[in-house]
Ligand binder design. Structure first.
Ligand SMILES: [Zn+2]
Length: 293
């Protein structure tokens, strides 16, 4: 159990102590933490403060009844959303969105909920716990043979075959004036991409965050698509392997005071773009297209 707790702590906090809003990789990590409960029955369902925003639109009595005595059968993540499916038919869906500060963790038997622990599923070996100190997360419940609407309507994952270069290209053309940074944060096309991943993608693709989407040459659009998939895949690999992002990533330096580009050692710049603090390398990411790229 200690391993679970320490892993959560490392991953959600950057080197300087900045708390990271959960993005695709953190969501995937959270989902895997709760996979400790696969094949085990839920013996107890603990819900605290059902009136808070986290449970809006959810019948908590149905949720409690629906999960009690059922086995955790499967889990899946799509962008920033997770679904945990329970029961022999896997027809009971617990939807989890972490919002800004939601966390999943696993606690040993004898667990006593802390202030912001709002849902806990007691299994023989442990508790699966959801906490949210800012209430932007969301818990949903659905029972039925079909996929719930809130799951069915989600855009395809970036690692799905349906996330194609053509789809990205069409999106860029529809949003010609949108700065690339703001574009990458649009969940309807880039589910699971948040602030740090968007910066990482643009840095790797050597694209300036304020360049308008319509300004990209076809080969730059294709590069953006390829790098987006690559960063997602690698971020999930990091979760799989050592839980720490390599020094060669922008991620490892973006919060550092006086942080330098890991590629060319130029001082990194920061500014608000698309309402979020954006970090980039002025040398690797020129503001205008470089001829021949
Ligand atoms: Zn650089």
């Amino acid at each position: 159990m200690l391993r679970f707790a320490s892993v959560t702590a490392i991953h959600n906090v950057a080197a300087n102590g900045t708390s990271i809003v959960p993005e695709l990789a953190e969501v995937e990590q959270s989902r895997r933490l709760w996979d400790a409960g696969l094949g085990l029955k839920v013996e107890e369902v603990l819900i605290r403060r059902p009136e808070i925003r986290v449970f809006r639109g959810t019948d908590v009595a149905r949720l409690r009844e629906g999960l009690k005595g059922r086995v955790l059968a499967a889990s899946v993540a799509r962008g920033k959303q997770m679904a945990f499916r329970f029961g022999t038919e896997a027809d009971r869906w617990l939807g989890v969105h972490l919002g800004m500060a939601g966390r999943l963790r696993v606690e040993p038997p004898g667990f006593i909920p802390a202030k912001h622990d709002y849902l806990a599923l007691g299994q023989r070996k442990h508790w699966l716990v959801f906490s949210d100190r800012r209430f932007f997360g969301r818990i949903r419940f659905y029972q039925g043979a079909e996929e719930p609407e809130w799951w069915r309507n989600l855009p395809p994952s970036i690692l799905d075959r349906r996330f194609t270069a053509a789809a990205v290209d069409a999106f860029l053309r529809r949003r010609r004036k949108t700065p690339l940074k703001a574009l990458l944060l649009m969940q309807e096309r880039f589910p699971g991409i948040g602030n740090w991943m968007a910066d990482e993608i643009l840095w790797r693709a050597k694209l300036h965050p304020i360049r308008p989407a319509g300004d990209l040459a076809p080969e730059e659009a294709r590069l953006l698509w390829r790098v987006t998939r690559d960063v997602c895949r690698r971020a999930i690999d990091v979760v799989d392997q050592n839980w720490e992002y390599p020094d060669a990533w922008l991620f490892a330096h973006r919060w550092e005071k006086g942080g330098r580009c890991p590629r060319c050692r130029t001082g990194l710049l920061r500014a608000e773009v698309g309402g979020r603090t954006t970090c980039w390398c002025p040398r690797c990411q020129p503001e205008t297209a470089v001829p021949g790229t």
